[in-house]
Design a protein. Structure first.
Ligand code: MRU
Length: 354
């Protein structure tokens, strides 16, 4: 398993604060494993925006740490002033990326702690620190549980196909879609993974291939447009993907190209599974058409990684995500277990139990 994607590093023994964030700089992979270390809110905002840290759960964790970074050195004895600053920083971090709901979920948790009660500045800082750390720990635990539940869907399957990176790099540990693969490996079972390259930013090629190879998992990289061919040849037992936002009717937003894979999986009679923690669920939205879809800069398509591959001035449409309709999803997996259609009822029941 690769080193942790994102951590809070405390400056002094026994105290959480002061400290700083240490995150793998994912824009440097696979060429080098290097870290971004910072306690500056603007640097964290930019790290989220530019995908130095990416993947829905990891973005949420980065945002929680961002709020901590923003308030830790505030010199005031007025808790209301500290709370107001926590809200201001949270509001700013919320503008970094629009689609992954984990960002807003994490910021709401930090806001709720900032607003709760009558405590000294010292204890409010301590509570915010504990909340941010708890979100990272909970995420690792949720991902591990997703792996165990997800593996129960893969009896008799020896090859899965995945898209983008929903692995350890996208979470605190273990990943979502890749967690069953790691769980299988721990049990001595070999699951082979086809990783879609994932145009235009190549999260599959740069990140999924890298982290699986590091973990000693059998991985084969394919171009996105090869997926239909490998499915038709009978080489894919299941498709495993993550999600950035799952809404009340079961529609799920994930990296652009996921919807196409779901259509292909249906056409080839291959089960299509979405694996995500409950922090990725936004049951306040009734259908996928309401999910805000991020559009990225044209240059990521026309001259990604510094090489121009399209004519100057060509018009580009570059949504970063698409929405897979619930009816194409065979089952979902969250930390509580397997969720099966009809999703509206199952998700409602699940939210009642949270
Ligand atoms: O643009 P990215 O790299 O942040 O997109 C990430 C994805 O689409 C992942 O599949 C999703 O966040 C799930 S991560 C466990």
């Amino acid at each position: 398993m690769i080193p942790p994607t994102i951590e809070w590093i405390s400056g002094t023994e026994g105290n959480i604060l002061p400290g700083h964030v240490r995150m793998i700089d994912q824009t440097r992979l696979p060429l080098e494993l290097s870290y971004l270390e910072t306690a500056d809110v603007e640097t964290i905002w930019r790290a989220i925006k530019t995908l130095q840290v990416r993947g829905a759960p990891a973005i949420g964790i980065a945002a929680g740490f961002g709020v901590l970074a923003g308030i830790q050195s505030m010199n005031t004895d007025d808790p209301a002033e500290l709370a107001a600053e926590a809200h201001r920083v949270a509001d700013h971090l919320a503008t970094s990326r629009p689609t992954a709901v984990n960002l807003f979920w994490a910021l709401d948790r930090m806001r709720a702690v900032a607003s709760a009660g009558d405590v000294s500045v010292g204890s409010l800082k301590e509570r915010l620190a504990r909340e941010a750390l708890a979100m990272a720990e909970e995420d690792a635990a949720m991902c591990r549980a997703i792996g165990e539940h997800g593996l129960t869907l893969l009896d008799g399957v020896d090859t899965v196909l995945t898209h983008c990176n929903a692995g350890s790099l996208a979470t605190a540990r273990f990943g979502t879609a890749l967690s069953p693969v790691y769980a299988a490996r721990e049990k001595g079972r070999v699951l082979h993974v086809y990783a879609d390259e994932t145009r235009p930013l190549l999260q599959g090629a740069r990140l999924t291939a890298w982290e699986l190879m590091h973990a000693g998992v059998e991985v084969t990289l394919i171009c996105d447009n090869t997926a239909a061919h490998v499915m038709k040849s009978g080489r894919v037992g299941a498709v495993l993907v993550g999600a950035d936002r799952i809404v009340a009717n079961g529609d799920a937003a994930n990296k652009i190209g996921t919807y196409g894979l779901a259509v292909l999986a249906r056409a080839h009679n291959i089960p299509f599974y979405v694996l995500a923690p409950t922090s990725t669920m936004d049951l306040g939205l009734s259908h996928g058409g309401q999910i805000p879809i991020e559009e990225r800069a044209a240059e990521e398509v026309t001259e990604g990684f510094g090489t121009r591959t399209a004519p100057e001035g060509v018009k580009v449409y570059a949504p970063a995500f698409d929405v897979t309709p619930a009816e194409l999803i065979t089952a979902m997996v969250c930390e509580k277990g397997i969720i099966r259609p009809p999703y509206h009822d199952a998700l409602e029941k699940l939210s009642g139990a949270l």
